[in-house]
Design a protein. Structure first.
Length: 299
């Protein structure tokens, strides 16, 4: 990876020059579970919408794999830590991103891009927009599946029920890597290879904290009628009160916030955290809402 990151084409960077004053920062998009970079009714639509509303903007919709099918499959079966490393390398070698970029993640893409912010500060992420991202984990019960992936989700649900925190499942099933069982908190903290790490559950990585706090804004969108994410408040960094699965607490009442393990308390006090709510089920929103609520963070 170091060799890859060192291979940024210097001549290309010089030829590109600095971003013109007033020009919009580039945008990096990461899709959710069962989706792909370029699906014309999801990420492809979003990319075209942003390009239409912000003429001249560079939009990179991340593809994990050599084609759309691999990209979709990897959203279920490629170790998240490997995906994040791949993306960090891709961003580091893209000359158009070196002056900084905004990031927008949909569903699980939201927490994956947060991992990029925490682990890979170069090039710098300016604003992070998480649309339905599950920052305290999700799929406790794995409510349902997107699109045409229901057969995969039936298998995943059974696998998670059998042993979400086993080594084999953690290393090869994406959804297990951010599975947060409030009735098995110790198992989660000990064995989660992704979410427990980026949420500082096993110790404090000061670099993670410093890098996240460098964001100008961390925008979290919660879908107010979400039937897919359990609990929906995870989209605002809240979760179930420990030891039970009925009562939820907001971010400000969690130990993560009170101990400020990620710097979220300090970011909140500085006005860097933005909590948006939108009526509708998971990832259901109108173009009008997107224009009024999200575009201002990209311009």
């Amino acid at each position: 990876m170091a060799a890859l990151m060192a291979a940024v084409p210097v001549l290309a960077l010089l030829a590109l020059g600095p971003r013109p004053a007033g020009a919009a920062a580039p945008l990096v998009i990461w899709h959710g579970m069962g989706d792909s970079c370029c699906n014309p009714v999801s990420m492809g639509y979003i990319q075209k919408l942003v390009e239409k509303k912000i003429p001249g903007i560079y939009v990179l919709s991340l593809k994990i794999g050599s084609n759309m099918i691999q990209d979709m499959e990897n959203s279920f079966f490629m170790n998240v830590n490997d995906q994040v490393r791949h993306v960090c390398g891709q961003l580091a070698t893209d000359p158009r991103l070196q002056g900084g970029y905004n990031a927008m993640g949909f569903s699980q893409g939201g927490q994956f891009l947060r991992a990029v912010a925490q682990r890979c500060p170069a090039p710098p992420m300016l604003n992070l927009i998480s649309i339905g991202g599950q920052h305290q984990g999700r799929v406790y019960g794995f409510p349902r599946c997107p699109g045409e992936s229901s057969h995969l989700c039936d298998w995943i649900r059974k696998t998670l029920d059998l042993g979400a925190y086993s080594k084999a499942v953690q290393e090869h099933l994406v959804q297990a890597e951010y599975w947060h069982d409030p009735l098995k908190e110790e198992d989660y903290r000990k064995n989660s290879i992704f979410l427990a790490d980026i949420n500082q559950e096993r110790g404090i990585n000061e670099t993670y904290k410093k890098n996240l706090m460098a964001l100008k804004k961390f925008v979290m969108v919660k879908f107010l009628n979400d039937t897919m994410v359990d609990p929906p408040i995870s989209e605002w960094f809240g979760f179930y009160k420990s030891g039970q699965a009925k009562e939820t607490i907001p971010l400000q009442e969690t130990s993560l916030y009170k101990e400020d393990r990620l710097g979220l308390q300090e970011m909140d006090r500085a006005g860097k955290l933005v909590f948006l709510g939108v009526k509708g089920d998971h990832l259901h929103f109108s173009e009008e809402w997107f224009d009024s609520s999200i575009l201002p963070f990209l311009q």
